[in-house]
Design a protein around this ligand. Sequence first.
Ligand code: WT7
Length: 664
Amino acid sequence: MSDKDEDVQLEARLAEQDAFEPPEAFVEQANVADESIYEEFEAEWPDCWEQAAALLDWTEGYDQVLDDSNPPFFEWFTGGELNASANCLDRHLDERGDEPAIEWVGEPTDEANRTYTYEELHREVNEFAAALRELGVGEDDVVTLYMPMIPELPIAMLACARLGAPHSVVFAGFSADALATRMNAADSEYLVTANGYYRRGDALDHYEKTSEGLAGVDHEVSDVVVVDRLGDDDHGHALDSNEHDYDGLVADHDGATVDPVARDAEDMLFLMYTSGTTGKPKGVKHTTGGYLSWAAWTSQAVLDVKPDDTYFCSADIGWITGHSYIVYGPLALGTTSLMYEGTPDHPDRDRLWQIIDDYDVTQLYTAPTAIRAFMKWGEQYPDRHDLSSLRLLGTVGEPINPRAWKWYYKHVGDEECPVVDTWWQTETGGMMVTTLPGVKTMKPGSAGPALPGVDVQIVDAAGEAVEPGQAGYLTVQKPWPGMLRTLYRNDERYVDEYWAEYSDTDSDDPSDWVYFPEDGAKLDDDGYITVLGRVDDVINVSGHRLGTMEIESAIVGVEGVAEAAVVGGDHDLKGEAVYAYVITEDGYEEGEDLRERIVAGVEDAIGPIARPEQVVFTPELPKTRSGKIMRRLLEDIANGEGLGNTSTLRNPEVVEDIQQQVDD
Ligand code: WT7
């Protein structure tokens, strides 16, 4: 049989296969290889989570695993004390001081690459922590980090953690406005940023955007530290008097050490803002003990991280995935975490495969949106490289379609690596639903069962568990160490957003409290969960969560716009894309000029990631008789689907008009 025929046969076999067993070679060496862990954790819950806490070094042992006396304000490992930076650095120095902690692959040339051993990373984190302390940063001061994918970002995170100062990382791709909103919400008086970074070989200015953002901050910002990524001695700008050059600060503190500040298990490690249903981002609060235990345990059990690995997560640290699975999880376990500044298609579409080949990467954790792009570009790109160092593949951020899963499994993993499809969210701190790679059968398209000790149920609108084969709402019925503790300074919204739907909110009994992540899901006969997507007004573009309200308010802020509705429509690569339906004000013309201003308005308010795929002008929006916008209908239009019954509308005729425009 020719190679070509063999390929065709293989494709046909893969296309039909809907279950895959963990590869034997993987099972033999897996961190978790015994299925009994599911029963064990159920029987011993919540004490089972001592196994996660045991992965860390505590300076003071905890008294209680779970304090559930005040639901839904659950507390974990209470009374315990630890420092996250000491756990990610100091304790590895004896055995792994000379081993790489971070392999950084930069743009635009390979000359820019840097390796930080644990020793080196420890040194620079100490120096920068000393510098921050001298600037006045103390325990519980929120430090905002508006930084691209450069090593100074994890260094700054760990320096903050060392001081007990929570960090709030704002994705560098977010706009100046988004930075200001987040600094205001957190009353953050310190900012670390960079003068720029590289994208597809071009230097991008980041300082100007930062300055613009700072102009929108409603309180005094004491100090701004600027990393010179672009190599201009003067940063390309004169620094203001409260602005400091990062290298200068670190040099001034050459060899300085800072004792890691002992933090209570429940003390805040960081804040991360994420989009919600209202226009205001939610400040998700994560703690030192529970979060770090969760990041470490899931990295070990699911990503199978071992100290000698070179593990590569292609996410941006500006999102939770990068926090948990580039920085905290891998470094807590003392492994080598590879971090890449650029995009997968520069200088060519084999960039990731080149990196895996060059560094002998052992695990790759990426997103379905990237996998769909790889698939479109073709297998000739991974085929050019030796990827045999890979042992495990992972995906996160959105549902992965079986075809993309199988492509990843075959063309990247050579059918020898388990693929873990991991469902979780910013709020959960780490993975919740996925297969344990050394234990469970994989089913493409389905994330898998909940992790051991995690109690997920798919329920109907009344909160009753659905039968296998049925769709419903994903809920988490018991607390877990990595969970968010609250929304920063907004306990009420925390209860409303995540608990009110399915809990008896008057009850003190913890078992009456159910966490609702606002995802729909389907259950199969084996208890495997297929996540269907968000059921709130949040859309998922390339694995990133965007609130439709946030985008709508940006659009309504554009001169000439009277009203706007934003929905998600299916998109081949991005999963979902932004569709904006816009009514103009009297006297303004619908057309290219306004369209461009709308797109610019969204980019200014949020960032290019929220850019509308299509702007549809319409004289009216489809509304129910009570005046509610029929979003479902607008979604169907965006997806080119049949519209069913429109008779409950106040203005059914408008639907056809809109549909006509989208088709054009
Ligand atoms: C939302 C969370 C988790 C870190 C990256 C995104 C969706 C996430 C999956 C998956 C189907 C997924 C959910 C979730 N999602 N992973 N494996 N399968 N959907 O974090 O921005 O907090 O978004 O992403 O809808 O609620 P996030």
